[in-house]
Design a protein around this ligand. Structure first.
Ligand SMILES: Nc1ncnc2c1ncn2[C@@H]1O[C@H](COP(=O)(O)OP(=O)(O)OP(=O)(O)O)[C@@H](O)[C@H]1O
Ligand SMILES: [Mg+2]
Length: 321
C-alpha cells in the first residue's frame, strides 16, 4: 500500500485584523500519498492558494496557520524553524505559480537562474551545474537547450517560461510538486502541452503533485483524487472517477455542470448562481446554502459535519446524514 507523503489535519488559516480574526481556511483535512496527484478545485477566493502556501510555510503576513497539523512524511512542518523549513523547500517540496513571467528574474539569463537554483540545493561545481541545467531543460521539453541557456526571459513565450519554471522547481528533485494554476496565464493549446508535460514528469519522476485550479475539466484528466473547496472549507473529496461520475455535493455538481456544458458547446453557459461569500460575512449554517438549489431547512442553521462515504470519499452536506 502507498504511504502518506503529506497529511493536512484540521488546518485553519486566519488573518489577524484589528477587531477580529478572519478565517480564510477553516479546518481542512486531506492526504496525498506517494506518487499521487491531488487536484484542488474551487472558485476564486476559496482558499486554494493559501492552503498551498501553508505547506511551504509562506502564508503572507498577517495570515497565520492557527490550528491543525501539516505532516510531511509524518513530521509536522508547523513545528519546524525557518532554517529547517528552508531545507524542506529546497529538498522535498517545490512550487510553480500562475504567471511564469513574474516568477523569473528579467535581468538574468535563463541558464544563470537555473544554475543558481541547482547550486542552491546541491554542492556541485559550476560545470556539473551547467550539465544538470541542460538535462533539466531537456526533461521539460525545451528544444536546443544550449540556445536557451543564453536567453533572457523576455525572449521566450509564456509556455517556454513556464517550462523553465518547472525546470527550476525540479532542480531540487522534489518529492512533492505544488502547481498553483500553472496554465491559467497561457493560451489553450500551450495549456494542454504544459499539462501533458506535468503528467509525463509525474510518471517519470514518481513524484506527488498537488494541482490547483478553478477548472474541474483540467484535473479530470490528470488527478487521482480531488478536493473541492468552497469558502475556505472542503465540501467534498475523493477519487476522480467517483467525483466525475457521481458527485455528491450540490456545489461539485454545479462545477461539473459548467464544465460539461462548455464541452458540449451549449449556447448558454451554466454558472452557479450567486457569489462566494466574503470572509467577514460567512453564512451561519452551510456556507453554500444561499446558492444551493437543493437546500433544506437545517442548511441555513447548522454547519454540516463531514460524512465519510467510503474509505477515501468525504462529503460535507446535510443531505447525507
Ligand atoms: N493577504 C491577505 N489579507 C487578507 N485576506 C487575504 C489575503 N490573502 C488572501 N486572503 C483571503 O483569503 C481567501 C482565500 O484566498 P486564496 O488566495 O487562497 O484563494 P484562491 O482559492 O487561491 O483564489 P484564486 O482562485 O482567485 O486564486 C480570500 O478570501 C482572500 O481574500
Ligand atoms: Mg489562488
Amino acid at each position: 500500500m502507498k504511504k502518506n507523503l503529506l497529511e493536512l489535519k484540521n488546518v485553519t488559516i486566519e488573518f489577524q485584523k484589528m477587531k477580529s480574526n478572519l478565517k480564510a481556511v477553516d479546518g481542512i483535512s486531506f492526504t496525498v500519498k506517494e506518487g499521487e496527484v491531488l487536484g484542488i478545485v474551487g472558485e476564486s477566493g476559496s482558499g486554494k492558494s493559501l492552503t498551498a502556501l501553508s505547506i511551504l510555510g509562506i502564508v503572507p503576513y498577517p495570515g497565520k496557520v492557527t490550528k491543525g497539523e501539516i505532516l510531511f512524511k509524518g513530521r509536522d512542518l508547523l513545528n519546524l524553524d525557518e532554517k529547517e523549513m528552508t531545507k524542506v523547500r529546497g529538498n522535498y517540496v517545490s512550487m510553480i505559480f500562475q504567471d511564469p513571467r513574474v516568477s523569473l528574474d528579467p535581468v538574468y539569463k535563463i541558464g544563470d537562474q537555473l544554475i543558481e537554483a541547482i547550486q542552491h540545493h546541491k554542492k556541485v561545481t559550476l560545470r556539473e551545474a551547467q550539465e544538470r541545467a541542460l538535462k533539466l531543460l531537456n526533461l521539460v521539453g525545451i528544444p536546443h537547450p544550449k540556445r536557451y541557456i543564453e536567453a533572457y526571459p523576455h525572449e521566450l513565450s509564456g509556455g517556454m517560461c513556464q517550462r523553465i519554471m518547472i525546470a527550476i522547481a525540479l532542480s531540487c528533485q522534489p518529492e512533492l510538486l505544488i502547481a498553483d494554476e500553472p496554465t491559467t496565464a497561457l493560451d489553450v493549446t500551450v495549456q494542454a502541452q504544459i499539462l501533458e508535460l506535468l503528467k509525463n514528469l509525474r510518471q517519470d519522476l514518481k513524484m506527488s503533485v498537488i494541482l490547483i485550479t478553478h477548472d474541474l475539466g483540467i484535473i479530470a484528466d490528470m488527478a487521482d483524487k480531488i478536493v473541492v473547496m468552497y469558502a475556505g472549507q472542503i465540501v467534498e473529496s475523493g477519487y476522480v472517477s467517483r467525483i466525475l461520475t457521481s458527485p455528491l455535493h450540490p456545489y461539485t455538481r454545479g462545477l461539473l455542470k459548467s464544465v460539461l456544458q462548455l464541452e458540449s458547446k451549449a449556447n448558454k453557459l451554466y454558472t452557479i448562481p450567486g457569489n462566494v461569500p466574503g470572509l467577514a460575512n460567512m453564512p451561519k449554517g452551510c456556507r453554500f446554502f444561499p446558492r444551493c438549489s437543493e437546500s433544506i431547512d437545517i442548511c441555513s442553521k447548522i454547519q454540516p459535519p463531514v460524512y465519510s462515504v467510503n474509505d477515501e470519499d468525504y462529503v460535507c452536506c446535510h443531505k447525507y446524514s
